[in-house]
Ligand binder design. Sequence first.
Ligand SMILES: CC(C)(COP(=O)(O)OP(=O)(O)OC[C@H]1O[C@@H](n2cnc3c(N)ncnc32)[C@H](O)[C@@H]1OP(=O)(O)O)[C@@H](O)C(=O)NCCC(=O)NCCS
Length: 435
Amino acid sequence: MPQNTLTITDNRNNQTYTVPIEDGTIRAMDLRQIKTSPEDFGLMTYDPAFMNTASCRSAITFIDGDKGILRYRGYPIEQLAERSTFLEVAYLLLFGDLPTEPELKSWVFEITHHTMLHESTKKFMEGFHYDAHPMAMLVSTVAALSSIYPEARNVHDAGNRLLQIKRLIGKVPSIAAMSYRHNMGLPYVYPDNDLSYTENFMNMLWKKVEPKYVAHRAISRALDILFILHADHEQNCGTNAMRSVSSAQTDPYLSMASAAAALAGPLHGGANEEVLKMLDEIGSKDNVPAYIKKVKEGHGKLMGFGHRIYKNYDPRAKIIKWSAEQVFQVTGRNAKLDIALELERIALEDEYFVKRKLYPNVDFYSGIMYQAMGFRPEMFTVLFAIPRTVGWLAQWQELITDPEQKIARPRQIYTGSEVREFVPMAKRGAVVAAD
Ligand SMILES: CC(C)(COP(=O)(O)OP(=O)(O)OC[C@H]1O[C@@H](n2cnc3c(N)ncnc32)[C@H](O)[C@@H]1OP(=O)(O)O)[C@@H](O)C(=O)NCCC(=O)NCCS
């Protein structure tokens, strides 16, 4: 018997089957041969929320949740955050290797020259209600770009795909900034090609009457680091939406709108906003022990703590904590940081949190940092969506070029009625119930 196999005995009929084990998995389709009769459909797996199912092979991002490791294309996130820029990381995620100097120069040039939006995009955005949530505007406007670039439907043409990738990475910050300006009742600011990716974004957000909004270098670098940390995180809810929708060969604008819609959910991209609310509720460092006691008694959760995959310190949280200190040197210390540090100190020593392996996640410090940088809480998920655009597009490319992938179509366990005869209107209700 080859070693890398699994032998299964079906106790319903004592039949034995041997299926290969490859990369720590068995193929769900190998179970289909397990039947009790020729009419039997065959065995399936049942896995709500994909708790134990690999849906693809991917060479983009590696996570070891027990050890707290995150790598993009093999490079540790700590090294990328310290030594590279967001657009360099975008190139790495999309093309598989770090760019050479000329490659990076031309990549930055290309992205910079795709930041402009078609004027009709501005008109769609003007149609939103004055207090529309910026995330709802982002999702809808990204979808609307599909109507401006109909050639994007040709997803099998590599050159065409690359053009749409550049457009999306270039235009998403412009849409994000427009959604903010619309909310604030401010006139839109057009992109400025003299500025870096993050400086241009901040100029489009915050320029008033001055010729250019000049972001402090430490702040634009901190935003660049935050973008690096959020660029990809393998098969999470939004990325799964991207892959699932684009498996129908839907164009990348519509697919990405679905991924961003998933990110907008409070269980996914919204936790950083919740951390801020929690810190406000706690109010001061002295109230931390009482708050922790309340959480341990089952009243609420410590927001920004715990993770489905990380059962160790989220490596991104460590970097954000360090980067926040640099930001506070410019902006002044956010008073909420002291409460957060005290929460972390107590929680990391407390048996309840230690036993459950609950550590700070990426959202624990990012909200405090965004707030200190001048962002409103409504923008926090949008700030997540800008860099995650790169991850979604890298995963989309991988899906489209993977010969094993087909349209995503899970199975179900049907729990409804057996076949029944149509009931005419006159016989429905009490009469039928009495039958
Ligand atoms: C992220 C999260 C959804 C992961 O959930 P999960 O993998 O399904 O983990 P579970 O809900 O099964 O939690 C396991 C145990 O830890 C507890 N727990 C998990 N996160 C907790 C938190 N933040 N505060 C207090 N207790 C927590 C659960 O109550 C459960 O305890 P029990 O075994 O006594 O029932 C969860 O940790 C959470 O809600 N965190 C707060 C929200 C947050 O920060 N989200 C951002 C994620 S990046």
